[in-house]
Design a protein around this ligand. Sequence first.
Ligand code: ACO
Length: 370
Amino acid sequence: MTATKGLEGIVATTSSISSIIDGVLTYRGINIDELAEHATFEETAYLLWYGKLPTSSELKGLIDQLSANAAVPAEVIQQMKLYPSDTNSMAALRTAVSSLALYDKAANDMAPEANVLKAIKLQAQIPTIIAAFARIREGKEPIAPQAGATIAHNFLYMLTGQAPEEVAVKALDQALVLHADHELNASTFAARVTVATLSDIYSGVTSAIGALKGPLHGGANEAVMVMLDEIGSFAKVEPYINQKLANKEKIMGFGHRVYKNGDPRAKHLQHMSRELGKLTGNMELYEMSVRIEELVTGQKGLKPNVDFYSASVYTTLGIARDLFTPIFAISRTSGWTAHILEQFENNRLIRPRAEYTGPVDNRFVPIEKR
Ligand code: ACO
């Protein structure tokens, strides 16, 4: 038995949800470029869950169902008020999502219809949890979601209590479409491993949130913004990046396990970053990002991934940088839950092997002789 480090190139399951073939990403066979341009996040989530695009009445039905399920049990909000004031946003999300299960009587109901309902509920409640977290830590009361509003609109509304600008809703909605699913990425794999034991959907999504948190995966978008803040100005980009590369440090938001010729989602976020910069009259973050790309691609041949330009996009939308990865979780909940439902449909325990590299022929030594 020989291990493949990081399971690179290992095909671990079949799936009909999303594919990456020759660098082209599709959801249910539809190219991500088309979806980014034409689909809303709710249409995308419907596509991932049900395998087809919704009709207008199906779409309205889903938006209504999501907004009707967006409230979070008062007990969960009460618990969130007890979290330490410096709680990490992804740790807060992971904890709150885990406790949602305590207040759902159907949490352990494994009937397929019950699981679809829980997928929709989780998708509806996760934005509410994140917005509540953002407000509670500022000493403010959470804001209840608006009936009939989309997830992008509701999330921005629940952060501030103000009706968000249309351009901000559109930008966030497109970012949600782009992050919704990505084949067998680390967090989706974690979700599938968890539920393949026939554990419940809340456990699967909680595992996924834990996996997304790390800077080699979803946590990279926040890490990109930390880097941009550290650099501080366009003039300082070149010496900063050159130093990092000379030290053989990783530049967050670059490289990808699967895409070696560029992440097809990055160009949409780059475009969005440029347009938002123009609109707000502040192009500095965009221009700094482009310069970083020139240097890193020029010297290392590495291309930006989905996380790189999302940092400037979310910052221009006025979103705190530690909410970037939770926003990724809002979007990826659609993909995680679609994969969990698919895993349940055709389940087999996921239990690979390890190549043993420890000592052999060791003998037990009684404690008094050690
Ligand atoms: N900056 C500098 N060098 C890099 C980077 C980077 N961002 N990414 C990879 N490299 C280099 C590595 O140092 C390594 O070089 P070496 O062979 O000389 O040691 C080589 O490229 C291969 O890198 P690995 O880390 O082995 O590639 P792997 O496929 O395991 O990792 C990953 C992919 C984790 C995305 C990596 O590129 C990385 O750490 N990027 C930065 C973090 C990031 O942006 N993560 C988000 C990914 S997208 C997502 O999850 C949503």
